[in-house]
Design a protein around this ligand. Structure first.
Ligand code: SF4
Length: 80
């Protein structure tokens, strides 16, 4: 998605995907409920990333870790 295609987001200032008032993740930011169901803080994104990384390790899918250049964020502990 090109920068000039980003849609405005005025509801969740702490969202990981929000940059300068624009959503960098979604192509449509109008929600029926009025509240974005995809809102995630930076901390939540990092925890989810680490959980996914750990799961791939646990099930022996190092190939996917290498393929997608995944890594753990060191500032998030395993048990949050
Ligand atoms: S994911 Fe939702 S809350 Fe986050 S920037 Fe996009 S529209 Fe806003």
């Amino acid at each position: 998605m090109k920068h000039d295609e980003y849609k405005p987001c005025s509801q969740m200032p702490g969202c990981r995907a929000r940059e300068n008032g624009l959503c960098t993740a979604l192509t449509d930011t109008k929600f029926r409920s009025g509240i974005c169901p995809f809102y995630k803080t930076v901390e939540r994104c990092r925890k989810d990333n680490n959980d996914n990384y750990d799961r791939l390790l646990r099930i022996g899918r190092d190939d996917l870790i290498k393929k997608y250049h995944l890594r753990r964020y060191p500032d998030v502990c395993k048990q949050v």
